[in-house]
Design a protein around this ligand. Structure first.
Ligand code: ADP
Ligand code: ASP
Ligand code: MG
Length: 449
């Protein structure tokens, strides 16, 4: 069996789904289970509707919901009226939110889950029309999660138990299920976090003992740089789980950061493929990367990062200082990405600033806190970093005109990361890409013809 996951743009229209049907149809001998994202930008649109509803703009929410329904039904599949029924439920939900005037993580999940609930029905129906014997499977019957709504984690033992029954349900047909969504033990709808359909695919792959997990998207694979920051990156043909995980964590959106964990555990290769160019080759993510003469595989970036400097005079050199700092971040559920320390100060970067005011208020009891927004992380990833003398000098020489605010190197031996001002990000990536990807190992990278 294999898992084939198709992202939002791969299922954005009837013609995109027709392409997907032909890709799946050509692989029926590998017994695919299909995982789909919400169609196009549906998740963003559902969230905008929820926000309009709670802010009291019920008319705008209704209008946007009607537009979304029109867009969805224009693709020609109603799954025997189930799609319309889902939109009626959504309409009730929107009215309820407008009355409550408040969005909780649980209600965000309830509303955003409709994207995948609907797309999986639409794709299953269109598959049938294209001659694929497809059966819809409700992901919430299989993916059991904890109760951390909007960022739920799978409860693996129960999830794998349930997924073991999927083959039986499918009975030789192609099961189509929504990614991103699950339900708690109590049966309440939950989601795995934005971009979580990749993670769903990996959980399903591990649960059914798939021989491969395929992530079908809108690029040819993992590229040597983020195409949203710099065009002209090259396809990485093969990469290790550890490298892919690092890139995903530091911004390579093509793969949700949690995707690799279940695949590593069961040693299932993951491929990234282009649903618009199915023969393009893709990227294969495997346990052991192949030897490579390039030091780096790719450059990931995280724009819109906030730097927090925490400076203590009183607790100079005191043990327990770091603990108190990280407890504050933990209490306010704020993950820290990079860290640098000096004698009296600690600097960290954070991505999620939702609770930053509370963190800063708590930390200001023990230290001076300054916050700088508008920063960016550049993360250079490759397994050869640790064994390449002088690599740091070459990296910083190549961006000599750019002010580097913070550096992190050595924590994982395959990542060299640093912080620059957001306005310098694109320039830094361009210089680094020119320096490190001008010549390419043909075993690992697609070389320009
Ligand atoms: P999907 O909807 O299929 O899940 P996403 O938009 O989540 O697709 O991920 C694909 C996008 O990831 C690409 O269109 C690209 O803009 C972005 N991306 C960021 N970094 C990289 C990278 N290193 N290689 C390829 N794509 C990347
Ligand atoms: N539809 C969800 C999102 O937009 C999940 C996904 O596409 O992976 O975040
Ligand atoms: Mg994605």
């Amino acid at each position: 069996m294999i898992v084939m996951k198709f992202g939002g743009s791969s299922v954005e229209s009837a013609s995109a789904i027709a392409r997907v049907a032909s890709i799946v149809g050509a692989r029926l001998h590998r017994k695919p289970v299909v995982v789909v994202s919400a169609m196009g930008k549906t998740t963003n649109r559902l969230l905008a509707i929820a926000h309009a509803a709670v802010s009291g703009d019920r008319a705008a929410a209704r209008l946007q919901l009607r537009d979304l329904e029109k867009y969805t039904l224009a693709e020609g599949a109603s799954a025997n009226g189930q799609v319309e029924a889902h939109f009626r439920e959504l309409s009730d939900l929107v009215n309820g939110l407008a009355v409550l005037g408040e969005l909780t993580p649980r209600s965000v999940d309830a509303i955003s889950a409709y994207g995948e609930r609907i797309s999986s029905l639409v794709v299953a129906e269109l598959f049938q029309r294209h001659g694929i014997d497809a059966v819809h499977a409700d992901a919430r019957d299989y993916i059991v999660t904890d109760e951390r709504h909007s960022q739920a984690a799978p409860l693996y033992a129960e999830t794998y138990d349930r997924l073991a029954k999927l083959e039986q349900l499918a009975a030789g047909r192609v099961a189509v299920m929504g990614g991103f969504i699950g339900s708690t033990r109590a049966g309440v709808t939950s989601t795995l976090g934005r971009g979580g359909s990749d993670f769903s695919a990996s959980i399903v792959g591990a649960g059914i003992g798939a021989e491969e997990i395929q992530i079908w998207t809108d690029v040819d694979g993992m590229l040597t740089c983020d195409p949203r920051i710099l065009a002209g990156g090259h396809r990485v043909k093969t990469i290790s789980f550890a490298e892919a995980a690092e890139l995903a964590y530091f911004g390579a959106k093509v793969l949700h950061p949690s995707t690799v964990a279940p695949a590593i555990e069961k040693n299932i290769p993951v491929s990234i493929l282009n649903s618009r160019r199915p023969d393009a080759g893709g990227t294969r993510i495997v346990a052991e990367g192949v030897p490579c003469s390039n030091t780096f595989k790719s450059i990931a970036c995280k724009p819109d990062i906030t730097l927090v400097h925490i400076r203590s005079m009183r607790m100079l050199m005191a043990y327990g200082f770091l603990r108190r700092i990280f407890e504050a971040f933990e209490r306010h559920e704020t993950p820290v990405d990079l860290i640098a320390t000096s004698e009296v100060s600690v600097s960290v970067t954070i991505d999620n600033t939702r609770n930053l005011d509370a963190v800063a208020a708590e930390l200001s009891q023990i230290a001076d806190v300054t916050v700088e927004s508008g920063q960016a992380i550049v993360c250079m990833v490759g397994e050869n970093i640790a064994t390449t003398p002088g690599i740091g000098a070459r990296v910083f020489q190549s961006i000599a005109g750019i002010n580097v605010r913070m550096v992190s190197h050595g924590a994982s031996s395959l990542n060299l990361s640093f912080v620059v001002n957001g306005k310098d990000l694109a320039g830094a990536v361009e210089l680094l890409h020119r320096e490190f990807f001008a010549t390419l190992d043909p075993e690992v990278f697609e070389t320009p013809s």
